[in-house]
Design a protein around this ligand. Structure first.
Ligand code: PEP
Length: 263
């Protein structure tokens, strides 16, 4: 099952959310029934999570709908005196089941480090929230991509060693491809995914971990990525803000899957 994750970043307004959710509620269930090969997860800014939960209703309350809600970050702590933080238990109250962790914007602009990320992964596992753990090299780091991925994956791998059955997603997002319109080629992305999968295979896991690609994904290039053998889904920023563009990505991915199933 392919997963398409929508990262709204720090975007959105109540009217825009109303329109987006209205279109999803109208169209996604039928699309999912016709061709059930693709799940969707939307990750809005924290302050809008309750609005999404309310407007999407049964879509996010019933796992069988193929639609889920997540956050773009998570507190490294549980409930308590941590001013400004939104924790995993709170996310669960609004049917949140995924959390993007370690996005490159958080690493570079907000100083997110491995210590904090280990704690965040721990909190997400403790509340049965699937971390969408982001990794990816800058343009200047292309030559040493394997070392960069080793270092970035470390907090996730350490936690997975204690929780070999926990669910997790790794998002490979080369920093040079995020928001630039310069997506990686499917071949380059697939090579990085293979590298990540090799690293994951070194620790013994009972659950398979999806590895998804992010960086300038559009309705035009989406199926080229998910058509590759080691790309299990997509993390989509800009092209997820309009419901019709996200739905087009989903449909293009599903069509490609159907074609592959026929061969
Ligand atoms: C992202 O930041 O997660 C992302 C993939 O952004 P975009 O699709 O806009 O490149």
């Amino acid at each position: 099952m392919i997963i398409v994750i929508a990262n709204w970043k720090s975007n959105g307004s109540l009217p825009a959310i109303g329109e987006w959710c209205g279109e999803m509620v109208d169209k996604f269930p039928q699309i999912h029934i016709d061709k059930p090969g693709c799940q969707v997860c939307v990750c809005p800014p924290h302050i809008f999570i309750s609005e999404f939960a309310d407007k999407l209703g049964s879509l996010v309350q019933q796992p069988a709908s193929g639609f889920a809600l997540g956050s773009q970050d998570l507190s490294p702590y549980a409930m308590g005196a941590y001013t400004g933080e939104v924790n995993a238990q709170m996310l669960k109250e609004f049917f949140g089941s995924y959390a993007i962790l370690g996005h490159s914007e958080r690493r570079t602009l907000f100083g997110e480090n491995s210590t904090a990320l280990s704690q965040k992964v721990k909190q997400s596992f403790a509340s049965d929230i699937t971390p969408i753990f982001c990794v990816g090299e800058t343009a200047g780091e292309r030559e040493k991509i394997s070392d960069v991925l080793d270092e970035q994956l470390e907090p996730l791998l350490q936690e997975l060693k204690h929780r070999p059955d926990a669910k997790a997603i790794v998002a490979y997002e080369p920093v040079w491809a995020i928001g630039t319109g310069q997506a990686a080629t499917p071949k380059v992305a697939n090579e990085a995914h293979l590298l990540i999968k090799d690293k994951l295979a070194k620790i013994e896991l009972t659950n398979s971990i999806k590895v998804v690609y992010g960086g300038s994904v559009t309705a035009d290039n989406a199926k080229d990525f998910t058509g590759m053998p080691d790309i299990d889904g997509l993390l989509v920023g800009g092209a997820s803000l309009k419901a019709d563009s996200l739905l087009q990505i989903v449909q293009n991915v599903q069509n490609m899957q159907n074609m592959q199933n026929l061969v």
